[in-house]
Design a protein around this ligand. Structure first.
Ligand code: AMP
Length: 403
């Protein structure tokens, strides 16, 4: 058995590859980086080795394979290459695991074929994830590669919540159901919240609000996810940076029949030109806040719509869980935007939720409690760490597999 303790985490997106090398012995990160603008004329790789100066290289990456080879070279230059004996696994973020993959999974040819079969469910994401896996396997065929699925944590959502109320045969034929996304983050944050509160996750009911560029909520009962806001695709649920979230499906027919838009145009509208961006022209919450503080009406409306949807989900998930012990905010907006947290929780004393304005205003990268002393429900801010969660799951799987 290898004595190594390091895992390389790869998150291959549609035009970028994020990576972190994590040492599971002490949680240190010997290197991290980002290769971006893959397939475009102005590719760039920023590599940050721990304790050394960050290096930037500008290079055209025709595809993911070229970008990953460049990443491997940068790691090599610091003696951290894929052939280093400390490396025990590569952990891959894979967006869609369908109904089959509910656990971290050692990648074999058969697993890869199944992930490929799921491409129609995640046409932008799974192909990039697959190329990340293929290249990493090619570079180091003997190294265990582990897929950690974004959908996996939501596999426990009960059937009555996961099914859309449509014809069952049609739904089953086309794999139409609610899968949920951001699962790695929801899992990590719900468990980190239990640690923060000094409680056993098995006895804690938590509402996790993952508010990044994409945004989703989940209800976690005793460590088990029972409801989440994203569905067949990451379009359902909360108002997001560029996505509409919940919408009457009739809007799609109307835009097609009356508006004359094609299906692809409607897809682009709802996924890329809606949400905060659609309402006010900015998808970055920092800009929305700045503009609305200056009295910009469109930005104020976008903020109000964002918060209103969030509060609807908060209320709904209180009902789903029955008893709520903690509400936790995470990701770019959740971790940094105190006005969003405040507005989301204002006037919810009847639900036992009250935020302390001073604690809420503190800026910090640490997990922290922001609820008022009299709040029955703990309100917390817990930075997400999907890379660490992927590394941990991959490491545990490799350890048990060789035992
Ligand atoms: P993520 O997808 O988790 O990286 O979150 C990215 C989003 O977080 C950005 O698009 C911003 O809207 C938001 N964000 C980051 N920093 C701040 C901040 N200081 N205040 C408000 N929003 C922020």
């Amino acid at each position: 058995m290898s004595a190594g303790t390091r895992v390389l985490v790869l998150n291959a997106g549609s035009s970028s590859v994020k990576y972190q090398l994590i040492d599971m012995l002490d949680g240190s990160r010997p290197a991290a980086g980002l290769a971006e603008r893959i397939g475009e004329p102005d590719g760039r790789l920023v590599h940050t080795p721990d304790g050394k100066e960050r290096r930037e290289r500008r290079q055209v990456f025709p595809d993911h394979a070229a970008a990953l080879r460049a990443v491997a070279e940068e790691l090599d230059a610091d003696g951290l290459g894929l052939d280093s004996p400390e490396l025990v696994a590569v952990g891959h973020r894979v967006v869609h695991g369908g109904r089959r993959f509910t656990e971290p999974t050692l990648i074999t040819d058969e697993v890869l074929a199944e992930v490929r079969r799921l491409v129609p469910l995640a046409p932008l994401h799974n192909p990039a994830n697959i190329s990340g896996i293929e290249v990493a396997r090619g570079l180091r065929p003997d190294l265990p590669q582990v897929a950690v699925f974004d959908t996996a944590f939501h596999a426990t959502v009960p059937e009555y919540a996961a099914r859309y109320a449509i014809d069952r045969a049609v739904a089953d034929e086309h794999l139409v159901r609610r899968y949920g996304f951001h699962g790695t983050s929801h899992r990590y944050v719900s468990q980190a919240t239990a640690r923060l509160l000094g409680r056993d996750p098995a006895e804690l009911n938590v509402i996790v609000l993952h508010l990044g560029n994409g945004a989703s909520a989940s209800a976690v009962a005793g460590g088990v996810c029972v409801e989440t806001s994203m569905g067949l695709t990451p379009l359902e649920g909360l108002v997001m940076g560029t996505r509409s979230g919940d919408i009457d499906a009739g809007v799609v027919f109307h835009l097609h029949r009356v508006g004359g838009l094609t299906v692809d145009e409607i897809d682009a509208l709802l996924n890329r030109r809606s949400g905060l961006l659609g309402l006010c022209g900015d998808n970055d919450m920092r800009e929305v806040l700045r503009r609305s503080q200056e009295g910009d009406a469109a930005a104020a409306l976008a903020f109000d719509a964002y918060v209103h949807r969030l509060r609807k989900y908060l209320g709904a998930y209180c009902a789903v869980l029955g008893r709520v012990d903690a509400v936790v905010f995470t990701a770019g907006v959740g971790e940094n935007a105190a006005p969003v947290r405040e507005a989301a929780c204002t006037g919810l004393d009847a639900l036992g939720i009250a935020v302390d304005p001073e604690l809420n205003a503190v800026r910090s990268g640490e997990p922290r409690i922001i609820s008022a002393a009299h709040s029955r429900v703990a309100v917390a801010v817990v930075p997400t760490d999907e890379e660490l969660e992927i590394a941990q799951q991959a490491f545990t799987l490799v350890q048990t597999a060789v035992r």
